[in-house]
Ligand binder design. Sequence first.
Ligand SMILES: Nc1ncnc2c1ncn2[C@@H]1O[C@H](COP(=O)(O)OP(=O)(O)OP(=O)(O)O)[C@@H](O)[C@H]1O
Ligand SMILES: CC(C)(CO)[C@@H](O)C(=O)[O-]
Ligand code: BAL
Length: 282
Amino acid sequence: MEVIATIAELESSLKPLKVKGLKIALVPTMGALHQGHLSLIAEAQKQADIVVCSIFVNPTQFTDPKDLEKYPRPLEHDIQMLTEAGCNFVFMPSVKEMYPNYPTPENWKIDLGSAEFVLEGEFRKGHYQGVTQIVFKLFDAVKPDKAFFGQKDFQQVLMIKNMVEVLDLDVQIVTCPIIREDDGLAMSSRNIHLNHADRANSLVLSKALFFIEDHYRTQSIEELLANSKAIIDSAPGVELDYLTIVDGDTLLPISSKMDINTVALVAAKVGETRLIDNVIIN
Ligand SMILES: Nc1ncnc2c1ncn2[C@@H]1O[C@H](COP(=O)(O)OP(=O)(O)OP(=O)(O)O)[C@@H](O)[C@H]1O
Ligand SMILES: CC(C)(CO)[C@@H](O)C(=O)[O-]
Ligand code: BAL
């Protein structure tokens, strides 16, 4: 695997492969890799000839400076995991490479639709402008045929698809399912921050979502929300930001049941660590 730090180097490495007609996949990450990330790499390998994984902890999408500062960065281990997975390139640029004038903000504001401002967008103001800004820069540097994202960040995929449409970008977005620990916790780089008690308490997030999934046919929306919130409340030290059942396009709460496009999403602070999760119900 080739480790690349600059956009110029990346472009010159990919050019001859593109000339040969090989299909390029991009898997954007912030590192601290786990099996969830590796599932994206594996799917990318199935669907393309060459896989580029980017590792970049993007400062413009963080709204909490402490969250940015303590974001895990086990770079050597990440490189080893990607090498073992057979990834072709890892792109690990510096902040200056991606934002030459950093910390002076660049001009980036695109219309991502009203769904930008709900759920994560409400709790992390400006988050999706930062996410789309860096994903646009990565698309521009790699010019992939396909880019792979996890359903764990459900709203993020929607925002990126909206950006692709608004800017008319020539890239196919592929969404991959959530990989979970054996007990149901969605894998996440931030799970590393959970202490023993937090780790046990964190299970109420996926339990609440699975409750909604299992009882969707038999309970009303009000009952589903009340009963799943009671599951969350049963764990000490779990502070709920939202638990909601929404239309997967608008991300607005549904008041009556739908037969398609229904998603339940949760975000909560478990101890000091903020986690998100979701299930697609139908
Ligand atoms: N458990 C998972 N299953 C499938 N995809 C995942 C999973 N966790 C993360 N991803 C995807 O991997 C990509 C990179 O995510 P990122 O590097 O932020 O990891 P993360 O584990 O989500 O970290 P964080 O703690 O920041 O949420 C995103 O597209 C994300 O949705
Ligand atoms: C897509 C992404 C790599 C952009 O920084 C990040 O938001 C993530 O890891 O999901
Ligand atoms: N995994 C989404 C990126 C973030 O939390 O900032």
